[in-house]
Design a protein around this ligand. Sequence first.
Ligand code: NAP
Length: 252
Amino acid sequence: MMKRVLILGGTGDASALAAKASTLPGVEVRVSLAGRTPQPLPIAGIVRVGGFGGVAGLTQYLRDEAIDFLIDATHPFAAQISFNAAAAAAELGMPRLMLVRPAWHLVPGDQWIDVDSMAAAADALEEQAKRVFLTIGRQQLAPFARLHEIWFLIRLINQPEPDAVVPEGLLLFSQGPFDLTAERQLLMEHEIDTIVTKNSGGSATYAKIIAARELGIKVVMVRRPTIPQGEQVQDVEEAFAWLVGQPINGQR
Ligand code: NAP
Protein backbone atom coordinates (compact mmCIF):
# COMPACT_ATOMS: atom_id res chain seq x y z
CA MET A 1 0.00 0.00 0.00
CA MET A 2 1.12 3.54 -0.80
CA LYS A 3 2.53 5.53 2.16
CA ARG A 4 2.07 9.27 2.46
CA VAL A 5 4.59 11.77 3.71
CA LEU A 6 3.73 15.37 4.52
CA ILE A 7 6.62 17.79 4.14
CA LEU A 8 6.11 21.12 5.88
CA GLY A 9 7.81 23.50 3.49
CA GLY A 10 8.58 27.08 2.67
CA THR A 11 12.31 26.50 2.21
CA GLY A 12 14.61 25.46 -0.62
CA ASP A 13 15.49 22.34 1.36
CA ALA A 14 11.82 21.34 1.56
CA SER A 15 11.45 21.71 -2.22
CA ALA A 16 14.63 19.72 -2.87
CA LEU A 17 13.46 16.99 -0.51
CA ALA A 18 10.02 16.89 -2.17
CA ALA A 19 11.68 16.41 -5.56
CA LYS A 20 13.87 13.59 -4.25
CA ALA A 21 11.13 11.89 -2.24
CA SER A 22 8.84 11.93 -5.28
CA THR A 23 11.23 9.49 -6.96
CA LEU A 24 10.62 6.88 -4.24
CA PRO A 25 8.28 4.11 -5.32
CA GLY A 26 5.46 3.46 -2.86
CA VAL A 27 5.53 7.00 -1.42
CA GLU A 28 3.10 9.81 -2.09
CA VAL A 29 4.53 13.24 -1.33
CA ARG A 30 2.42 16.08 0.05
CA VAL A 31 3.93 19.50 0.63
CA SER A 32 2.40 22.22 2.76
CA LEU A 33 3.13 25.94 2.36
CA ALA A 34 1.97 28.71 4.66
CA GLY A 35 1.00 30.88 1.68
CA ARG A 36 3.23 33.86 2.48
CA THR A 37 4.79 33.94 -1.02
CA PRO A 38 2.24 35.05 -3.66
CA GLN A 39 3.85 33.03 -6.48
CA PRO A 40 5.95 30.19 -5.07
CA LEU A 41 8.29 28.31 -7.41
CA PRO A 42 6.93 24.96 -8.69
CA ILE A 43 7.31 22.09 -6.19
CA ALA A 44 7.14 18.33 -6.73
CA GLY A 45 4.34 16.41 -5.07
CA ILE A 46 0.81 17.43 -4.15
CA VAL A 47 0.97 20.96 -2.77
CA ARG A 48 -1.51 22.50 -0.34
CA VAL A 49 -1.37 26.14 0.76
CA GLY A 50 -2.44 27.96 3.94
CA GLY A 51 -2.46 27.47 7.71
CA PHE A 52 -4.09 24.38 9.22
CA GLY A 53 -5.67 26.17 12.17
CA GLY A 54 -3.25 25.42 15.00
CA VAL A 55 -2.45 22.02 16.50
CA ALA A 56 -6.07 20.87 16.27
CA GLY A 57 -6.29 21.72 12.58
CA LEU A 58 -3.00 20.05 11.74
CA THR A 59 -3.92 16.92 13.73
CA GLN A 60 -7.22 16.75 11.87
CA TYR A 61 -5.49 17.16 8.51
CA LEU A 62 -2.95 14.41 9.26
CA ARG A 63 -5.73 12.09 10.33
CA ASP A 64 -8.17 12.91 7.49
CA GLU A 65 -5.51 12.64 4.80
CA ALA A 66 -4.08 9.43 6.27
CA ILE A 67 -0.54 10.81 6.43
CA ASP A 68 2.01 8.24 7.61
CA PHE A 69 5.16 10.35 8.15
CA LEU A 70 5.77 14.02 8.85
CA ILE A 71 8.92 15.88 7.84
CA ASP A 72 9.21 19.40 9.18
CA ALA A 73 11.49 21.18 6.71
CA THR A 74 10.38 24.69 7.63
CA HIS A 75 12.74 27.62 8.17
CA PRO A 76 14.61 27.58 11.51
CA PHE A 77 12.79 30.81 12.48
CA ALA A 78 9.35 29.33 11.81
CA ALA A 79 9.11 27.93 15.33
CA GLN A 80 5.33 28.03 15.77
CA ILE A 81 4.58 25.54 13.00
CA SER A 82 7.39 23.29 14.28
CA PHE A 83 5.87 23.19 17.77
CA ASN A 84 2.43 22.56 16.25
CA ALA A 85 3.89 19.71 14.18
CA ALA A 86 5.53 18.19 17.26
CA ALA A 87 2.27 18.30 19.22
CA ALA A 88 0.14 16.91 16.38
CA ALA A 89 2.57 14.08 15.59
CA ALA A 90 2.83 13.19 19.29
CA GLU A 91 -0.94 12.99 19.57
CA LEU A 92 -1.17 10.62 16.60
CA GLY A 93 2.00 8.65 17.39
CA MET A 94 3.28 9.62 13.94
CA PRO A 95 6.99 9.47 13.03
CA ARG A 96 8.28 13.06 12.70
CA LEU A 97 11.63 14.35 11.52
CA MET A 98 12.97 17.89 11.58
CA LEU A 99 15.28 19.00 8.79
CA VAL A 100 17.29 21.81 10.37
CA ARG A 101 20.22 23.22 8.46
CA PRO A 102 23.17 24.11 10.69
CA ALA A 103 23.46 27.65 12.00
CA TRP A 104 26.32 29.89 10.86
CA HIS A 105 29.23 30.09 13.28
CA LEU A 106 31.64 32.91 13.90
CA VAL A 107 34.97 32.59 12.08
CA PRO A 108 38.08 34.76 12.53
CA GLY A 109 37.50 38.22 11.07
CA ASP A 110 33.74 38.23 11.70
CA GLN A 111 32.44 41.12 13.80
CA TRP A 112 29.11 39.86 15.07
CA ILE A 113 26.79 41.28 17.66
CA ASP A 114 24.56 38.39 18.70
CA VAL A 115 21.02 39.30 19.77
CA ASP A 116 17.88 37.36 20.61
CA SER A 117 15.18 39.40 18.90
CA MET A 118 14.51 42.06 16.28
CA ALA A 119 13.86 44.58 19.07
CA ALA A 120 17.32 43.85 20.48
CA ALA A 121 18.79 44.15 16.97
CA ALA A 122 17.26 47.62 16.64
CA ASP A 123 18.69 48.60 20.06
CA ALA A 124 22.15 47.40 18.97
CA LEU A 125 22.02 49.56 15.82
CA GLU A 126 21.06 52.67 17.72
CA GLU A 127 24.46 52.83 19.34
CA GLN A 128 26.69 52.32 16.34
CA ALA A 129 25.20 52.29 12.84
CA LYS A 130 24.48 54.88 10.14
CA ARG A 131 23.85 52.86 6.98
CA VAL A 132 22.32 49.43 7.51
CA PHE A 133 21.58 46.49 5.22
CA LEU A 134 18.42 44.85 6.59
CA THR A 135 18.00 41.26 5.36
CA ILE A 136 15.40 39.87 7.75
CA GLY A 137 12.38 39.37 5.50
CA ARG A 138 9.31 41.57 5.53
CA GLN A 139 7.44 40.47 8.63
CA GLN A 140 9.47 42.14 11.38
CA LEU A 141 10.53 45.51 9.96
CA ALA A 142 8.59 47.63 12.47
CA PRO A 143 11.16 47.69 15.33
CA PHE A 144 13.62 49.49 13.01
CA ALA A 145 11.23 52.23 11.90
CA ARG A 146 11.90 54.36 15.00
CA LEU A 147 15.59 54.72 14.03
CA HIS A 148 15.28 57.94 12.02
CA GLU A 149 19.02 58.67 12.12
CA ILE A 150 19.78 55.48 10.19
CA TRP A 151 19.38 54.85 6.43
CA PHE A 152 18.25 51.32 5.57
CA LEU A 153 18.80 49.20 2.48
CA ILE A 154 16.00 46.64 2.88
CA ARG A 155 16.17 43.48 0.77
CA LEU A 156 12.91 41.58 0.38
CA ILE A 157 11.45 38.89 -1.83
CA ASN A 158 7.95 40.36 -1.86
CA GLN A 159 6.34 43.72 -1.11
CA PRO A 160 5.59 44.37 2.56
CA GLU A 161 1.90 44.22 3.51
CA PRO A 162 0.16 47.54 2.69
CA ASP A 163 -0.22 48.39 6.40
CA ALA A 164 3.37 47.38 7.37
CA VAL A 165 5.56 49.89 9.19
CA VAL A 166 8.70 50.19 7.05
CA PRO A 167 11.95 51.97 8.06
CA GLU A 168 13.28 54.87 5.98
CA GLY A 169 15.54 53.87 3.10
CA LEU A 170 15.52 51.86 -0.10
CA LEU A 171 13.58 48.65 -0.81
CA LEU A 172 15.39 46.14 -2.96
CA PHE A 173 13.49 43.13 -4.32
CA SER A 174 15.46 39.99 -5.07
CA GLN A 175 15.68 36.35 -4.09
CA GLY A 176 18.77 34.28 -3.35
CA PRO A 177 21.03 32.52 -3.84
CA PHE A 178 23.33 35.55 -3.83
CA ASP A 179 26.97 35.45 -4.96
CA LEU A 180 29.94 37.01 -3.25
CA THR A 181 30.90 39.46 -5.99
CA ALA A 182 27.41 40.95 -6.14
CA GLU A 183 27.08 41.10 -2.35
CA ARG A 184 30.45 42.82 -1.97
CA GLN A 185 29.45 45.32 -4.68
CA LEU A 186 26.09 46.01 -3.03
CA LEU A 187 27.65 46.68 0.38
CA MET A 188 30.27 49.01 -1.11
CA GLU A 189 27.88 50.86 -3.40
CA HIS A 190 25.56 51.74 -0.53
CA GLU A 191 28.39 52.35 1.96
CA ILE A 192 26.87 49.90 4.41
CA ASP A 193 28.42 49.85 7.90
CA THR A 194 26.21 47.18 9.49
CA ILE A 195 24.12 44.20 8.35
CA VAL A 196 21.16 42.79 10.25
CA THR A 197 20.35 39.15 9.53
CA LYS A 198 18.72 36.11 11.04
CA ASN A 199 21.08 33.21 11.65
CA SER A 200 19.37 31.25 8.89
CA GLY A 201 22.34 29.05 8.05
CA GLY A 202 22.86 27.45 4.64
CA SER A 203 24.83 28.66 1.66
CA ALA A 204 22.22 30.61 -0.34
CA THR A 205 22.53 33.80 1.74
CA TYR A 206 25.97 33.28 3.31
CA ALA A 207 27.87 35.43 0.78
CA LYS A 208 26.87 38.64 2.59
CA ILE A 209 28.54 37.28 5.75
CA ILE A 210 31.78 36.62 3.85
CA ALA A 211 31.59 40.04 2.18
CA ALA A 212 31.06 41.70 5.58
CA ARG A 213 34.09 39.87 6.96
CA GLU A 214 36.24 41.02 4.06
CA LEU A 215 35.07 44.62 4.24
CA GLY A 216 35.16 44.94 8.05
CA ILE A 217 31.39 45.44 8.28
CA LYS A 218 29.57 44.58 11.51
CA VAL A 219 26.80 41.97 11.52
CA VAL A 220 23.94 42.06 13.99
CA MET A 221 23.11 38.36 14.09
CA VAL A 222 19.67 37.38 15.39
CA ARG A 223 19.93 34.00 17.15
CA ARG A 224 17.54 31.19 16.31
CA PRO A 225 14.43 30.61 18.38
CA THR A 226 14.04 27.40 20.37
CA ILE A 227 12.53 24.56 18.37
CA PRO A 228 10.88 21.39 19.66
CA GLN A 229 12.70 18.28 20.80
CA GLY A 230 12.81 15.37 18.41
CA GLU A 231 14.79 13.59 15.75
CA GLN A 232 16.78 16.03 13.60
CA VAL A 233 18.89 15.88 10.48
CA GLN A 234 20.89 18.66 8.85
CA ASP A 235 20.42 18.19 5.14
CA VAL A 236 18.21 16.86 2.37
CA GLU A 237 20.29 13.70 1.86
CA GLU A 238 19.88 12.69 5.51
CA ALA A 239 16.17 13.47 5.47
CA PHE A 240 15.77 11.32 2.36
CA ALA A 241 17.68 8.49 4.03
CA TRP A 242 15.34 8.76 7.05
CA LEU A 243 12.32 8.44 4.76
CA VAL A 244 13.84 5.46 2.95
CA GLY A 245 14.42 3.85 6.35
CA GLN A 246 10.75 4.11 7.34
CA PRO A 247 8.54 1.04 6.92
CA ILE A 248 7.29 1.52 3.38
CA ASN A 249 5.14 -1.20 1.69
CA GLY A 250 5.11 -2.98 5.04
CA GLN A 251 8.88 -3.65 4.86
CA ARG A 252 11.81 -2.01 6.57
P1 NAP B 1 5.46 30.31 12.01
O1 NAP B 1 5.50 31.59 12.75
O2 NAP B 1 6.15 29.13 12.59
O3 NAP B 1 3.95 29.86 11.74
C1 NAP B 1 2.85 30.73 11.90
C2 NAP B 1 1.63 30.01 11.33
O4 NAP B 1 1.73 29.93 9.91
C3 NAP B 1 1.50 28.58 11.79
O5 NAP B 1 0.90 28.49 13.06
C4 NAP B 1 0.66 27.99 10.67
O6 NAP B 1 -0.68 28.40 10.79
C5 NAP B 1 1.21 28.68 9.46
N1 NAP B 1 2.29 27.94 8.80
C6 NAP B 1 3.63 28.11 8.91
N2 NAP B 1 4.29 27.27 8.11
C7 NAP B 1 3.36 26.54 7.47
C8 NAP B 1 3.42 25.51 6.49
N3 NAP B 1 4.58 25.07 6.00
N4 NAP B 1 2.22 24.98 6.06
C9 NAP B 1 1.04 25.43 6.54
N5 NAP B 1 0.94 26.42 7.45
C10 NAP B 1 2.07 26.95 7.92
O7 NAP B 1 5.98 30.52 10.53
P2 NAP B 1 6.57 31.84 9.79
O8 NAP B 1 7.83 32.22 10.44
O9 NAP B 1 5.47 32.83 9.62
O10 NAP B 1 6.93 31.20 8.38
C11 NAP B 1 5.90 30.86 7.46
C12 NAP B 1 6.50 30.00 6.36
O11 NAP B 1 7.54 30.72 5.71
C13 NAP B 1 7.08 28.70 6.86
O12 NAP B 1 6.60 27.67 6.02
C14 NAP B 1 8.59 28.86 6.73
O13 NAP B 1 9.22 27.67 6.35
C15 NAP B 1 8.71 29.93 5.66
N6 NAP B 1 9.87 30.82 5.89
C16 NAP B 1 9.98 31.49 7.06
C17 NAP B 1 11.08 32.30 7.27
C18 NAP B 1 11.27 33.02 8.57
O14 NAP B 1 12.29 33.73 8.70
N7 NAP B 1 10.37 32.91 9.53
C19 NAP B 1 12.06 32.43 6.27
C20 NAP B 1 11.92 31.72 5.07
C21 NAP B 1 10.81 30.92 4.90
P3 NAP B 1 -1.81 27.47 11.48
O15 NAP B 1 -1.55 27.57 12.95
O16 NAP B 1 -3.08 28.08 11.03
O17 NAP B 1 -1.60 26.08 10.95
